[in-house]
Design a protein around this ligand. Structure first.
Ligand code: FAD
Length: 292
């Protein structure tokens, strides 16, 4: 099923993001993760597209298996930075052949060494335009409640509108730790006439190392309330895990109570953490599904 239709028939839609294992590990290692995540009955599972090399091929393989073996809708991420037109066409063919009809169209990050890589697509909007020529795909795109690091907030909104104009069917957010960023951004989108589903992406932070990497990569603000928790428990993994789960649950319940169409959980392939979150939001989710 096309994910845009899921958002029409169900509220809230609960989805998970997973990543393919590094090439040092067999692909089967992620199937054990999916076995467990499938028991939580997510409405769809997205699979990230790695920074390069053989790991990229794994995204299509894993997405195809999610559909075929688990009967869960996959959302296959695809980045276009440095990609040639024919490479993208090959991937679209493979996805089609495996009945994967949902793609998260992204530009991808620049290489860390800033090296020039020539590709046929400069921005995600160009990839969306390309994919949408093939009528069978439903396409999601990314948005940034705190703005994107490379552009100012106003321009970023303008370019987001371009992605919607090219045919994006729904939008998934970059992580944030203060829900007000999401609500403010949603208000701006409403004013601009961006009226496709805006889905908050939530990450449970359960270890201290993770947080430095996250803030370095995407620049999300750590509110003082959360910083206090991170500092207090950074040397106590069990306490930090408990507090990180509680923080994510609080964010999720606030978002659900405010009527968001769905929640996308960046699982980091941590089954126990996601299982606990789902346990803690069970009645809120069921209540909302009954009344909506
Ligand atoms: P774009 O929408 O192309 O925007 C990139 C920048 O260019 C922005 O600053 C934008 O304002 C600007 N811009 C856009 N159009 C124009 C224009 N016409 N002229 C000038 N400037 C313009 N990365 C991966 O490598 N693999 C993944 O699987 C992955 N999954 C992600 C999932 C989500 C939900 C999110 C939020 C991000 C993900 N990323 C992933 C990271 C993403 O690739 C980076 O954030 C990247 O820097 C931007 O991607 P984008 O698709 O938003 O780019």
């Amino acid at each position: 099923m096309k994910i845009k239709n899921l958002y029409k028939i169900k509220k809230p839609v609960i989805s998970f993001e997973i990543f393919p294992p590094n090439e040092k590990y067999p692909i089967e290692s992620v199937y054990e993760t999916i076995d467990e995540l499938a028991k939580l009955k997510p409405d769809f599972i997205s699979v990230t597209y790695g920074a390069g090399g053989t790991i990229r091929g794994r995204t299509v393989e894993i997405a195809s298996r999610i559909k075929k073996v688990y009967g869960i809708e996959p959302l296959s991420h695809l980045t276009c930075f440095g990609a040639k037109n024919n490479e993208i066409e090959d991937i679209l063919k493979k996805l089609k052949k495996n009945n994967v009809e949902n793609i998260l169209a992204l530009r991808g990050d620049f290489p860390k060494d800033n090296s020039e890589i020539k590709g046929d697509f400069k921005y995600a909007s160009k990839l969306i335009e390309k994919i949408k020529k093939e009528k069978e795909f439903c396409v999601g795109a990314a948005f940034y409640p705190e703005g994107h690091q490379e552009t100012n907030d106003l321009l970023d909104l303008f370019y987001l509108k371009e992605k919607v104009k090219e045919g994006a069917d729904f939008l998934i957010s970059q992580i944030f730790f203060d829900n007000n960023y999401f609500y403010d951004f949603k208000n701006k989108c409403d004013k601009l006439g961006i009226n496709i589903p805006l889905i908050p992406g939530i990450i449970p932070v359960t270890n201290a190392k993770q947080i430095n990497k996250i803030t370095e990569l995407c620049g999300s603000t750590i509110p003082p309330k959360f910083q206090k928790i991170l500092t207090r428990y950074e040397n106590n993994p069990e306490a930090l895990k408990e507090a990180g789960i509680a923080y994510a649950v609080e964010q999720i319940i606030d978002l659900l109570s405010s009527g968001v169409p769905g929640i996308h959980i960046y699982t980091m392939n941590k089954v126990d953490v996601v299982t606990e979150i789902m346990r803690r939001i069970k009645y809120v989710k069921e209540h909302l599904q009954e009344v909506n």
